[in-house]
Write a new protein. Structure first.
Lengths: 186, 252
């Protein structure tokens, strides 16, 4: 049986060779004598490829892809978390800034009030001093004025006495004083 | 070989299909048994090694921040996973390792086929045909296991007028059985055609007058083939996922 198929194969091979040598362009693809050989080795190759791929390569690649997917998911989650933290930090910063601004405003207002108070006090003291000084001055002026009036009276009396003395009249001191006082009022 | 001798004499020699010949790697022109180690075996093994390099050694760091090779593995994983989930739904996820195996094998083989002097395994109808038939059988079995006779509802277009339904059922049935054919030939044909066209242009490069044009054309087509290699791997895979969706949710 085996030798029979071999014989057939040989015959086919011979025919193909003959056709080829005759230059009729016999296609090697249609040389059926080589079919068992090609099919056998193709099956061997396919089985080896299938075993290599399905037993080793594909599970390995699937594992790597799954691991990468997991890593990416984790990294994205971590990034999301960090982003949240950054947002929180920014909020805290803004809040601190606002607080600092309020505090600064308060301190400025306080300082202003303090300065104003000091200023008011100083102004009041100065005014009081000025008032005292002017009162004092007024008193002195009053005194001087009074002094002046008395001096004028005395001078007027003396002058009147002298004038009367020149005219030969013995001046009555009392009458002169009364007259000068009356004139001074007028 | 006679043809090669003719080529070395200086005439124009086009052997665009020689690159697809399956030959034993050791022991010359012996017969090719099913167990013979051939250039197909070599390039299938290289594809397996590339996949191991990217998906085992590339991801051995298990880094959360991936290295370059780990990024490649992860992008391919994520892309395929999303495609299965979006097209066929959540309940198709348990078939994801099978679809990923298919996608990685075709993608890596397509690009390995573009390495100069390499052998494009996905240009062979034996390879793409086996892949397509496997998909077809798996999807059909899954459809019947999951839905029982309800899977036949896939062929009964309930939104069409009743008169048309038997006709549509026949068309749907034919299109269903044509699926593995178009599925496999689309991939194999695209890869084979691209490689053959490059070889034809390479043959033209032997003529000095047109060799600049030929070299430029090879460069351009190579760029196009880089695109085709990715797109065809993607198309094969997404069609598989669409067929899987039909099996899981046969109602129109």
């Amino acid at each position: 049986m085996a030798s029979g198929t071999e014989l057939t194969a040989d015959a086919a091979q011979g025919a193909a060779d003959l056709a080829h040598e005759a230059g009729s362009g016999g296609m090697p693809q249609l040389d059926f004598g080589t079919f068992p050989n090609q099919i056998f080795w193709l099956l061997v190759a396919l089985v080896v490829i299938f075993l290599v791929l399905s037993r080793v390569a594909l599970p390995r690649i699937a594992a790597v892809l799954a691991e990468r997917q997991g890593t990416i998911t984790n990294d994205i989650a971590a990034a999301e978390e960090l982003k949240q933290k950054a947002v929180a930090a920014e909020e805290a910063y803004n809040q601190a800034l606002a607080e600092a601004r309020t505090e600064a405003g308060r301190i400025v207002a306080e300082a202003k009030a303090e300065i104003q108070a000091g200023l008011d006090k100083a102004i009041a003291a100065a005014e009081a001093e000025i008032a005292a000084k002017s009162a004092e001055s007024e008193a002195a002026i009053g005194e001087i004025r009074a002094g002046a009036v008395d001096s004028v009276k005395a001078v007027a009396k003396d002058t009147a006495k002298e004038i009367l003395g020149v005219f030969g009249t013995k001046a009555d001191s009392k009458a002169i004083t009364a007259a000068v006082t009356a004139r001074m009022k007028g | 070989m006679a043809t090669e001798a003719q080529g070395s004499e200086g005439g124009l020699a086009f052997h665009p299909l020689d690159q697809f010949i399956v030959e034993p790697l050791f022991g010359g022109e012996g017969p090719i048994h099913w167990y013979t180690i051939t250039n197909v075996t070599l390039w299938l093994a290289i594809a397996v090694l590339v996949i191991i390099a990217v998906f085992i050694f590339g991801t051995r760091g298990r880094a959360v921040v991936p290295s370059r090779s780990q990024s490649i593995a992860e992008v391919l994983y994520g892309f395929t996973y999303k495609m299965v989930e979006d097209v066929a739904g959540k309940d198709a996820i348990k078939f994801f390792p099978y679809i990923f195996t298919l996608f990685m094998f075709i993608l890596v083989s397509n690009y390995l086929g573009l390495v100069p002097m390499s052998f494009a395994t996905t240009s062979h109808i034996a390879v793409t045909g086996l892949l397509a038939i496997t998909v077809f059988l798996s999807v059909t079995i899954i459809g019947f296991v999951k839905n029982g006779a309800g899977f036949l509802g896939l062929f009964w277009v309930s939104s069409a007028p009743l008169v048309l339904r038997p006709v549509l059922a026949i068309i749907e049935l034919i299109s269903y059985f044509v699926r593995p054919v178009s599925h496999s030939i689309r991939l194999g044909g695209n890869i084979m055609a691209g490689h053959a066209v490059m070889k034809v242009f390479a043959g033209f490069a032997a003529i000095a007058a047109i060799s600049p044009v030929a070299v430029l054309s090879i460069t351009a087509i190579y760029g196009l083939e880089m695109l085709v290699a990715g797109v065809q791997a993607y198309v094969f895979t997404i069609l598989t996922v669409v067929y899987l969706k039909d099996a899981l949710h046969p109602s129109h």
